[in-house]
Design a protein. Structure first.
Length: 288
């Protein structure tokens, strides 16, 4: 637990929101929000630890948190789903605990109503399909389950940016002077900008960690033409699958059988990213 707490960091935006709350006389509400967000993020952290994920940092934000973990997108999908959902689930027992404490010297009905309100607001906001919110992470996870990983990365970020634009428009119409909301939106705008810029880096990490837990993957055979570039071939890889490739040659009936490991190795060793599969030795030999 001590090692986990050392990794907890508080984002400067959280300090800003807390400072605004204290300055405006809402110190009790500030403590409630801090407690809710902290427990929310611990839910993610304990679930990740249960699956033996490596946690680099846990950053607390005004609406939840972000845990930096090392899995490269190749952990089982059910594990990541549990880790993501573990955060929002904390709000359920917190609200039940608050109800059970009504009438105690330190907890009034008004405190309960306020606590439940903050829980519902943080929970609801977190489930908006915008990265890095939990809703955005669940959307990304679902897309990686049904699409090739590279395409899922791109689509998830496009949908996240679209949802964020809609949130900005709605906030401008209905909450134009809500300072805390605009602080959070500013963070989301920056986060989505960097998510878009780093999409290629995330895909490289996915490829580099393909050897992890390969025994747990389902098997898939992908058929490709030898005129296809290697960089486009690796974009066919899907999360949760172990692939073999059948490379068909032009003007010939023969087929080269290539393993996923051979294809990924060729991708990282190639000098020309647009080189076709036919230019590599593995596409020249028949392995039936």
């Amino acid at each position: 637990m001590r090692d986990l707490l050392i990794k907890v960091k508080i984002n400067p935006l959280f300090w800003l929101v807390l400072g605004i709350g204290v300055a405006t006389g809402y110190f009790r509400e500030v403590l409630m929000v801090f407690l809710i967000v902290f427990i929310h993020e611990l839910g993610h952290a304990f679930a990740a630890i249960a699956f033996k994920w490596r946690i680099y940092k846990i950053e607390l934000l005004p609406f939840g948190g972000v845990a930096e973990v090392d899995h490269g997108g190749n952990r089982p999908i059910y594990e990541e789903a549990i880790v993501v959902i573990a955060g929002p689930l904390q709000h359920l027992w917190m609200m039940l605990a608050s109800f059970a404490c009504i009438g105690l010297p330190f907890w009034s009905a008004a405190d309960h109503q306020l606590f439940v309100w903050h829980n519902l607001m943080i929970l609801g906001f977190n489930l908006i399909p915008i990265l890095p919110l939990d809703g955005g992470r669940l959307l990304h996870l679902w897309l990686t389950a049904v699409l090739p990983y590279q395409k899922a990365l791109l689509r998830a970020r496009q949908l996240s940016i679209g949802a964020l634009v809609l949130l900005v428009l709605l906030s401008a119409v209905y909450f134009p002077f809500h300072l805390n909301l605009w602080v959070v939106i500013s963070f989301l705008l920056l986060a989505n900008y960097f998510e878009w810029k780093q999409r290629h880096y995330h895909f490289m990490r996915f490829l580099m960690t393909r050897s992890n837990e390969s025994a747990a993957r389902r098997h898939s055979v992908i058929r490709l033409k030898d005129s296809l570039a290697v960089r486009d071939a690796v974009k066919q890889l899907r999360r949760g699958y172990r692939h073999d490739f059948r490379i068909y040659r032009r003007w010939q009936a023969s087929v080269a059988h290539v393993t996923e490991a051979e294809l990924v190795q060729a991708f990282f060793q190639m000098k020309n990213p647009h080189a076709p599969l036919s230019s590599f030795p593995f596409a020249q030999d028949d392995r039936r």
